[in-house]
Design a protein around this ligand. Structure first.
Ligand SMILES: *[C@@H]1O[C@H](CO)[C@@H](O)[C@H](O)[C@H]1NC(C)=O
Ligand SMILES: *[C@@H]1O[C@H](CO)[C@@H](O)[C@H](O)[C@H]1NC(C)=O
Ligand SMILES: *[C@@H]1O[C@H](CO)[C@@H](O)[C@H](O)[C@H]1NC(C)=O
Ligand SMILES: *[C@@H]1O[C@H](CO)[C@@H](O)[C@H](O)[C@H]1NC(C)=O
Ligand SMILES: *[C@@H]1O[C@H](CO)[C@@H](O)[C@H](O)[C@H]1NC(C)=O
Ligand SMILES: [Ca+2]
Ligand SMILES: [Ca+2]
Length: 939
């Protein structure tokens, strides 16, 4: 390990990038490009295999692969946003390792930390597999990005390439295999070199195939290394200035071993692909694609959070009726939601949480909801909203149904934190709020009506997320539900989202471009009138029911929905009201954007990491952005627009590799703001025309003078207390700061409730969590630590996502035993069949067989449990002799993947497991001339 003191002396700006493939675009390949290429490559393999088994056509996308091309080839162009988002999340987690773990040599395979580096990778793979099993794809992507970084660094920082290896070190991703002969600490591995460092690794090291990697330090006084060891190399690395001088890294073309950069980078792509293949094998093809954000139908989740206390009886029936209608209409079409989530909440219980891809399971879950209890009117709505937001895929749209105030108002900041970080939209359907004109009469009739101030909390949360707070009577609920849920369909983009509170007259403009269909306007508020002006200057007033601009209009409660005639160009909407209102303009379009606020480090080499907190006010801020749904679109202008409309801050847009854009602003607006993007597509398909478009984040964001940092691993073992240390710094006035730490699963935690902080000084705190022993592996949850300045509106938070992982002791995939192979295949195959039966069994003490599926071959595969022993799965297979080769994938319950290959040709057989493959077996089979019977690669 590097000396701890280094942390103080290390200038963070200089730390990054020197520890891996670069981050910036250029001729050299960066972690971002390596990761994206591997993700696209394996996704293409999966889609091709699925098309083959499902008998559908598959067209290989043009090289080099792009997210848009791959989404289209996978038959899921409507998922291009969620796919783009998944890729960006994984890439950012990868790049961020250079900031989060800058000084930890094991994350970079520096200093011969082979055992430690491999441990990180193996632990991460187990966590990703467990997460995928529970459809916790957010957590899966987070760990996946984090472990791809060290995996890729292995090929740049070790001497694997110099040893003459032509393929990746597969044992890096296998728990129980040795990664090779590691140099002893006392063994010299390098000699000094000056200008040409091509041959600085000692000949005996190369000859004996001994693994080594470079030492690295940024500060001269800590630059030490054992005698004779190699250095990383480069101007920043101080160890490369002591004997033996020079270095061996292949991070870029100009690195010490830059002549091997492309070999290392390409092998890093192949190794990343291999790791992804293992994850795919454990998950199955469809779930793997879901982890990548690619869905068969719509990419939208249908996500309900429903109050099931007694007073909600009718509302539950409405939800059941309306969703049942919508679901029956959409099942099997490309509008069918990709995921259904239901969180029923009562007081104090909730659940069960249903997360399913099956509309039937979802409908049944809604049907079995019953209303009961909850006599004291306010309910725990925010607690369950917190859970919902933590479980939601990012960029989700959630619908919360209730008729009561929130009892847990203290969670407001936590819920806002999760809205900002997951960029999810929350709509509230609130029944029986008292209409203004009937307030007095109603208030006397029933005392537990939701009060104006309580409804205001829901309105503020809706507004922060760009959702609607729809307030209707119970009898109006069916209509309101039908409108909002029906419109929450695929490829929905936000053209404009704004609000005025208190209300005032104002004019808003928005652009409808050629790619937009079904433009619509949503308004919430009371006593509002407006004038709509189209690009051609036509106008229509809210009172005018015969105009041609509004093709349909529906109004229920405080909610108004208008369908617009499609006219390309800039529209204006003049709103007149003295009551608070919100205005949202949406449409359907493939073109949209995804972005994250990022922490950047500048200097000779720069890097970035996704922010899990609010960005700092008063200093510059950066956003990493990608456009989705088009290969040719580019960002031309990004502005941060303050919520009152008075502050508009323009960013500088710098194009990055693989279609990303880094947007930099000098400072953030002082109030809440939205992100507005303008762009151009010079060859918008299918029309091959040039279009100018405008999109906006529905979510409002805020900056803060408070900086909160928390660093901890993200994998938690149940039953063991887990500490999350955090630091706090403020740029504003000091005092006692409130601290509130909560987690989305209600696990026990301890945390300070207040911390004394002086301006400019750092204060420390620790949250300790414990996850109950019986928590299943793959359970994910978020921890939100939020902090509030004394007597001020300033607050900040950090949102951390964790995966629960029980210790894995099963490292071996199930094995196959051939029971019978019957084949009469001869030259004329078309009339003949062959069949096979196999016994699949996980080893004694193993976790058991989870899944058996066909990887290659197109016959009929049947599986059943052995009646005599449920740890054994019996497999029978029948196929035409024209397809004589099959490969069966066998997976155990912790995701160890094996393959068994058989051939019906002449009854000859071979059974090998991909992960326990023995070179000698392979060789002997090849010598027998049977090499064509073994298929290891997936084309
Ligand atoms: C693409 O992935 C496959 C496995 O799915 C792998 O065999 C191949 O090497 C990868 N291609 C590249 C260029 O790395
Ligand atoms: C739900 O549907 C049933 C059957 O169509 C109907 O009788 C009932 O009134 C509906 N309930 C609501 C609340 O709309
Ligand atoms: C802190 O405030 C000063 C002066 O207002 C400003 O120059 C500086 O950039 C701020 N720093 C942060 C991190 O907000
Ligand atoms: C902060 O809290 C401590 C302990 O409760 C108290 O003694 C102190 O006076 C408080 N400081 C301020 C500035 O409020
Ligand atoms: C941050 O500090 C500045 C200067 O002290 C102040 O004007 C601003 O309102 C603060 N921002 C927030 C979000 O509290
Ligand atoms: Ca109730
Ligand atoms: Ca096993």
């Amino acid at each position: 390990m590097m000396p701890l003191g280094l942390a103080i002396l290390c200038i963070p700006l200089l730390c990054t990038g020197a520890l891996g493939f670069g981050i910036l675009p250029g001729e050299s390949l960066s972690h971002l490009e390596i990761t994206e290429q591997a993700l696209l490559n394996v996704t293409v393999q999966v889609c091709r295999a699925l098309a083959k088994t499902e008998g559908t056509a598959f067209t290989l996308p043009a090289q080099p692969f792009t997210a848009q091309g791959v989404a289209t080839a996978c038959g899921a162009p409507q998922s291009s946003k969620t796919f783009g988002l998944a890729i960006q999340e994984i890439k950012l987690m990868n790049a961020g390792v250079d900031i989060r773990h800058v000084l930890d040599a094991s994350f970079h395979f520096d200093e011969e930390m082979f055992v430690q580096g491999k441990k990180i990778i193996i632990g991460g793979i187990q966590a990703v597999k467990a997460s995928n099993k529970l459809k916790s794809y957010e957590a899966a992507r987070q760990n996946l990005g984090e472990i791809l970084h060290p995996l890729q660094d292995f090929y740049s920082h070790s001497n694997w390439i110099e040893l003459g290896k032509k393929s990746p070190n597969s044992n890096l991703i296998k728990s129980d295999a040795s990664i090779g002969n590691i140099a002893a600490k006392s063994r010299a591995t390098c000699r000094s070199c000056k200008d040409d460092c091509r041959n600085n690794i000692l000949e005996d090291i190369i000859r004996e195939k001994i693994l080594t990697s470079g030492y690295f330090s940024l500060t001269p006084i800590f630059a030490t290394k054992p005698n004779g060891k190699c250095s990383h190399g480069g101007i920043l690395d101080q160890t490369s200035k002591i004997e033996p001088k020079g270095g061996i890294n292949k991070d870029s073309l100009t690195a010490s071993h830059g002549h091997l950069h492309f070999q290392a980078a390409n092998m890093a792509i192949a190794a990343s692909s291999e790791l992804l293949e293992d994850i795919r094998g454990a998950a199955g093809d469809r779930p793997f694609l879901q982890m990548m954000g690619l869905f068969k139908g719509s990419s939208k989740a249908l996500y309900f959070v429903i109050d099931t206390t007694n007073s909600m009886r009718d509302d539950i029936e409405t939800v059941r009726n309306v969703t049942s209608t919508i679901i029956s209409r959409e099942v099997g079409t490309d509008k069918e939601p990709s995921l259904y989530i239901l969180v029923p909440f009562n007081d104090p219980d909730f659940g069960p949480l249903t997360k399913t891809t099956s509309s039937t399971v979802f409908k049944n879950a809604i049907s079995s909801l019953t209303a009961s209890g909850g006599g004291d009117a306010p309910e725990l709505s925010l607690s369950w909203l917190q859970l919902a937001l933590s479980t939601a895929p990012s960029n989700s749209e959630i619908f919360l149904f209730t008729d009561a105030a929130a009892k847990d108002k203290h969670l407001k900041n936590t819920v806002i934190a999760l809205i900002e970080r997951t960029q999810s939209v929350v709509n509230f359907l609130i029944t029986d709020t008292t209409p203004i004109n009937r307030r007095r009469r109603r208030a006397q009739q029933k005392s537990n009506r939701i009060a104006e101030s309580d409804a205001q909390l829901y309105r503020e949360l809706a507004q922060a997320s760009g959702g609607q707070a729809i307030e209707v009577t119970k009898s109006e609920l069916p209509q309101a539900t039908a409108i909002v849920i029906d419109s929450s369909r695929s490829s929905l983009v936000t053209l404009l989202q704004t609000s005025r509170s208190p209300g005032r007259a104002d004019t808003f403009s928005f652009i409808v471009d050629d790619s937009v269909t079904n433009p619509a306007v949503y308004i919430t508020g009371k006593s509002i009138s407006f004038t709509l002006i189209s690009p051609t200057g036509e106008s229509q007033q809210s009172s005018d029911t015969t105009g041609s601009l509004i093709t349909a209009s529906q109004s229920v409660g405080n909610f108004w929905s208008l369908q617009l005639k499609k006219q390309v160009g800039t529209w204006n909407m003049r709103m007149v009201s003295s009551n608070p209102y919100t205005l949202k303009v949406i449409g359907q379009s493939p073109i949209d954007f995804v972005f994250n606020f990022v922490k950047t480090s500048q200097g000779p080499i720069s890097g970035f990491d996704a922010l899990q907190t609010r960005p700092s006010t008063g200093v510059n801020a950066s956003l990493l952005m990608s456009l989705t749904g088009s290969n040719t679109a580019r960002v031309t202008e990004v502005t941060l627009v303050g919520s009152s409309g008075s502050e508009v801050i323009a960013g500088v847009v710098v194009p990055q590799e693989s279609g990303s854009f880094l947007v930099q602003v000098d400072k953030l607006p002082s109030e809440a703001f939205v992100v507005q993007v303008k762009g151009q597509d010079d060859s918008y398909t299918p029309k091959a025309s040039s279009i100018v478009f405008q999109r906006q984040s529905p979510i409002s964001f805020r900056g803060s003078n408070l900086t909160i940092n928390a660093d901890s691993g993200s994998i938690i073992e149940p039953g063991k207390p887990f500490s999350v240390p955090f630091t706090l710094v403020t740029n504003g006035t000091g005092g006692n700061f409130t601290i509130r730490a909560t987690n989305s699963r209600g696990f026990d935690l301890t945390s300070p409730t207040s911390i004394f902080l002086e301006t400019g000084k750092t204060a420390n705190g620790t949250v300790t969590l414990s996850v109950p022993l019986n928590t299943p592996s793959g359970t994910d949850f978020t921890l939100t630590i939020d902090t509030e300045a004394p007597e001020s509106a300033d607050s900040n938070y950090v949102v951390l996502r964790f995966s629960v992982l029980n210790t894995v002791t099963d490292f071996t995939p199930p094995a196959c035993e051939l029971l019978r192979l019957q084949s009469s295949c001869s030259v004329n195959c078309s009339l003949q069949m062959w069949e096979l039966s196999v016994r699949v069994k996980d080893e004694a003490g193993g976790t058991g067989v989870e899944r058996v599926s066909l990887r290659q071959g197109n016959g009929t595969l049947n599986t059943s449990l052995d009646p005599g022993n449920e740890n054994i799965t019996l497999v029978s297979y029948t196929a035409s002799c024209c397809v004589p080769d099959i490969e069966i994938l066998v997976v155990d319950r912790v995701g160890n993947v094996g393959t068994c290959s058989y051939s019906g040709q002449k009854g000859l057989k071979s059974a090998i497991s991909e992960f326990t493959q023995h070179p000698l077996l392979c060789l002997s089979i090849m010598l027998l001339g049977l090499h064509n019977l073994i298929k290891i690669s997936i084309e």
